[in-house]
Design a protein around this ligand. Sequence first.
Ligand SMILES: Cc1ncc(COP(=O)(O)O)c(C=O)c1O
Length: 351
Amino acid sequence: MKTTVNEAKNMLEKMPRIPLGFFPTPLHRLDRMSEELGVNLWIKRDDFTGSNLFGGNKTRKLEFLIGKAAEEGAEAVITYGATQSNHAMQTAWAAARSGLKPILYLAAVVPPDPDDFKANLLLDGVFGAEIHIVDLEEGESFADAERRSFKMGKAHIARLAEEGVVCYDIPMGGANEYGSLGYLNGMVELAEQMQQQGIRFDCMYHSTGSGGTMAGLMAGRNLLGLDMTIHSVTAMEVDEKYAGRAAGLANKSLELIGADVIVEEKDFLIDQDHYSPGYECPSEEATEAIKLLARREGVLVDPVYSGKAFAGLIADVRNGKVPAGSEVLFLHTGGATVFFAEKEIIGGVAR
Ligand SMILES: Cc1ncc(COP(=O)(O)O)c(C=O)c1O
């Protein structure tokens, strides 16, 4: 039997959580884009999660992650990502405003100018983060540099433990079962808005990276028994175990709240057709999608994540995968800070 919105809220109530954002985020129709695409297109503004101009999807996860860190008596948190990671920046502010010390290990996919930190990396410093830049070694991939940074982080946590300091380890993208509770909760919030506004969606599109957001969304969808398909458009190449890992994560989150439904690998629709030429590498298609949305609606999606996901949505409408007249939701996960990052990441959006 499906769980109601109120029952789901009660289940989540018992989880460790520190309020950080402004919820519910707005849900509104995109009139001019709907006309352009021939579908009924709505947007959920998780770029407005707060608590400053530069929110995004990580705020939801961090409410539970910082809640868990506080429950464990942590004085510091550590996390990982690229030097322009939105997740790392949002972790830095969430930690700062919760009285915890933020420590970041950041892989330099696009090497920053040490005398001119920009965008997220600049904000990391403003929030008082201890920043460790992990330069890519000759021939090393981003994924390998990330793995090396995780080891450096573990060693750092062990050193702090010897000094009696508890440091909570937040995985890259906040992708653990506590982080995914954030999007389980986000799906409950969306379901309530749909009830209140008398709308339903055939499908949702969103950007995926670590997989934590899609795990939480699917956990929430299955818990509430919603019949909306969720298209997860990747920001990078992912391996064949990606959906399986997300299902594992979703099930751990569901277990934490005592739910009796599960998520299966086959529930996920992973779209790998729009990340090319690579992570933090701008694409023509995303550039066009960013300009179209900005010029029709004044909404900003970014070149690394949300712009590529929006390009995926446009492509599926235009190639008929999403039939004309469908009720379509775009989950805006944020990321516009990157417009002020290195030009290699931004591409030709201004032209
Ligand atoms: C703007 C934006 N959208 C989407 C994602 C992907 O979220 P997840 O890592 O939960 O898959 C990220 C991750 O950092 C992000 O910064």
